[in-house]
Ligand binder design. Structure first.
Ligand code: CA
Length: 232
């Protein structure tokens, strides 16, 4: 029995129906909101586990909804937007959204995003007591020692690669935008920082995903950023 409570904030009836039918079929509990004000109200009064938020709501910009909810809650927010709105997605992620879905999406995509978010929630609940070591599949990051290991072998990382790995690990399951990452690594986000980021990410991935059958730890989101996946 799946007890996860999902708030669906979407004004398009057909998209809302698709989501509700899917949630029902998979034993999720759900609430709905047709506009931003209602979404904020439902979020504060029912404390949902995950919010699915359409960025194009009739009364309020979706980004504003995220900002308002983030003043009191860290509830995972998955934004939903049209393919043409890539900049909105980036802005939403920078405002504190966790993930995104692009319309039109399939039922499988929706369920996959929910599973990623649920795994992250479960992982963060279990982690509260042991914070200095991060384990994900065959990867281990020992934050206090400043070392990372793959299959018990120490990884030889440059300082920037290590910083990147720590940032991704601490935000496992979340999509991090180029701006967020470069701000954290270099303290600013210029055009050439993003170009450098691409290079450092490529070398880091080569070390983590060193052969064809190795686990994929890092997902690339073209035009948006990167995410470390939580491995089973
Ligand atoms: Ca809409």
């Amino acid at each position: 029995m799946n007890k996860t409570l999902i708030l669906v904030a979407e004004d398009d009836r057909s998209v809302q129906n698709l989501m509700i039918t899917t949630l029902k079929a998979h034993d999720y509990r759900y609430l709905t909101a047709m506009n931003g004000e209602t979404a904020i109200l439902e979020a504060s009064s029912h404390n949902p586990d995950i919010i699915l938020l359409d960025l194009g709501l009739p009364d309020m910009d979706g980004i504003e909804v995220i900002r308002r909810i983030r003043t009191w809650s860290n509830v995972p927010i998955i934004v939903i937007s049209a393919r043409s709105e890539d900049m909105d997605k980036v802005e939403a992620l920078d405002a504190g959204a966790d993930d995104y879905l692009t319309k039109p999406f399939s039922v499988e995509e929706l369920l996959a995003r929910l599973r990623v978010t649920e795994r992250r929630l479960a992982a963060s609940q279990g982690e509260q007591t042991t914070s200095s070591v991060f384990i994900n599949g065959k990867l281990k990051v020992d934050f206090s020692a400043g070392c990372a290991y793959l299959e018990e072998k120490e990884l030889h990382l440059t300082p920037i690669e290590y910083k990147l790995l720590c940032l991704l690990s601490k935000n496992v399951g979340k999509v991090l935008t180029h701006t967020f990452i470069t701000q954290n690594i270099w303290g600013h986000s210029w055009e050439n920082d993003i170009a450098s980021l691409r290079v450092f990410m490529a070398t880091l991935r080569k070390k983590l995903e060193n052969n064809s059958d190795s686990i994929q730890y890092i997902q690339t989101h073209v035009g948006i950023g990167y995410r470390m996946m939580k491995v089973e």
